[in-house]
Every structure is written in structure tokens, then in C-alpha cells.
Design a protein around this ligand. Structure first.
Ligand code: PEP
Length: 260
């Protein structure tokens, strides 16, 4: 059975003081929530601070990006080895903001994925279509192309070491989430496509939904059979919202467990 996962993506937000205040609220509130999994993906400068704060808790540490190169003369780069050294368990790869604002191609995303896997980090691989692509009816084509780039470079089995996140670009930071039905349709498409190649891998793969998830809509999204949790941007910065989203994931998990 797939355990629900909620991962916060703090993006380029935070300060030593605000991180501490947020974690002081979040860590004890999530402590009793066994069975679901939680993580926060934080800016590079705060990894050490957050690693220390999360020590001994049930919240895992993640980064938001990794360099596609191993080591050396790549000014500003942060390697997979460095993230592992700092205690990261997860790293977001191919977030739409990296793809669009920083011009990361499918090929670069695949190289980053390879670095994450090499250093035993769990990549949270983001895929998703723009509004224009959805309106042109090519959502599945786009998502398949983004996935295939990783499979071609790293092999299908490498996906067994990752978490996928379906994040429609038009829903990220816009306040406009995909409906549970829209999310479920794309998640089911991804799972069926992978199942055609490897059923077990597809059954075990966690596929998160991301895009304006809030306390108010998390429950209905997480209730979808192929939605295994969420990648949470803006709402992960507000302790009360993030805690409520994590509780919704646990409630959805308990419903699935009761049915099994
Ligand atoms: C994200 O950053 O991955 C995201 C889904 O953002 P938001 O929740 O703010 O839409």
C-alpha cells in the first residue's frame, strides 16, 4: 500500500527566524501523525538549520534543486553529494519554475534526476502542462514526454526510487487548483502508462498532486485513488494550513487502510 506523502516546497522564502518559528509549530503538530509521510524542501542556505531542527522528528528534509554535474567548476551549483552530506532525503527535480524561469530542458531535468538517484536522494520529479497545452488537448503528450526523458536517460527502474508530482503549471501559485477529477485523470494516465511497462513499479510509485493545495481542498484531492499526497507551495509557509493539509493526508491514508 502506498503511504501518503505531503512535501512542502518553501520556494525562495524564509529567514533563520521565520523558519524556526514555522518549524516550532509544525514539528510537534505532525509528531502524532504516524503512517503518513512528511517533508519540507527548503532553500539551500537553510538546509543545515532545518536539518538540525528536524532531527528526531517524523518530517524529512528536502532540497528544491540539484546540479546536473557531479563536482568541480560549476559556480553556484549544489551537488547531490552535498545534499546527501547535509542529510537531505528528497530533492525536487524539474519544478515548472525551474523549467520556465531557469530554462531547464527535459534533458537537464533528466541529468539532475540521475544525480539525485546516484547520491541516494529521492527525486520528486515534477511534470505538468501549461494552460495553453491543456486547452490544446496535449496534457498527456506533455507529461509523457517529460517522463520519457528521464526514463531514456536513467532507465525505467530508476523511477522506483522516485516520487512523481503532477503539477499543472496553470495551478501553481495561482489559487486555481485542478479539480479532484482532473488530477485523478492525469495521475491515472501516468500510472497506466508506467504499468504497461512494469505493473509493480507503477502500483508502488507515489504520485503527488501539486498546484494551489490548501486545507480547504486537500481532503477531496487526497481522496482520489491515484493521488498519493501533495507537493505544497504557498500553503506550506503557513503553519496552520500546512498542518491541516498533513492531517488531511493522514485521514485519507486511514480511509484507504480501513478499506484494504
Ligand atoms: C509548488 O511550488 O510546487 C506548488 C504547487 O505551489 P502552490 O502550492 O503555491 O501552488
Amino acid at each position: 500500500m502506498r503511504a501518503k506523502l505531503v512535501a512542502g516546497n518553501w520556494k525562495m522564502n524564509g529567514s533563520l527566524a521565520s523558519n524556526q518559528a514555522l518549524l516550532e509549530a509544525v514539528i510537534p503538530a505532525l509528531a502524532p501523525l504516524a503512517r503518513a509521510r512528511f517533508a519540507v524542501c527548503v532553500p539551500f542556505p537553510y538546509l543545515a538549520q532545518v536539518a538540525q531542527a528536524l532531527h528526531g522528528s517524523n518530517v524529512a528534509l528536502g532540497a528544491q534543486d540539484v546540479c546536473q554535474f557531479e563536482a568541480g567548476a560549476y559556480t553556484g551549483g549544489v551537488s547531490g553529494a552535498m545534499l546527501a552530506d547535509l542529510g537531505c532525503r528528497y530533492v525536487i527535480v524539474g519544478h515548472s519554475e525551474r523549467r520556465t524561469v531557469f530554462g531547464e530542458s527535459d534533458e537537464i531535468v533528466a541529468l539532475k534526476f540521475a544525480q539525485a538517484v546516484k547520491h541516494r536522494l529521492t527525486p520528486i520529479l515534477c511534470v505538468g502542462e501549461t494552460l495553453a497545452e491543456r486547452e490544446s488537448g496535449v496534457t498527456e503528450t506533455v507529461v509523457a514526454r517529460q517522463l520519457d526523458a528521464v526514463v531514456e536517460r536513467c532507465g525505467l527502474r530508476a523511477l522506483a526510487q522516485c516520487v512523481l508530482a503532477y503539477e499543472p503549471v496553470w495551478a501553481i501559485g495561482t489559487g486555481k487548483n485542478a479539480t479532484p477529477g482532473q488530477a485523478q485523470a492525469v495521475h491515472a494516465y501516468i500510472r497506466a502508462r508506467l504499468a504497461a511497462a512494469d505493473r509493480r513499479l507503477a502500483d508502488e510509485l507515489a504520485i503527488l498532486y501539486g498546484g494551489s493545495v490548501k486545507a480547504a481542498n486537500a481532503g477531496e484531492l487526497f481522496a482520489m485513488p491515484d493521488v498519493d499526497g501533495g507537493l505544497i507551495g504557498g500553503a506550506s509557509l503557513a503553519a496552520g494550513e500546512f498542518i491541516a493539509i498533513c492531517r488531511a493526508a493522514l485521514a485519507a491514508q486511514e480511509t484507504v487502510t480501513a478499506k484494504a
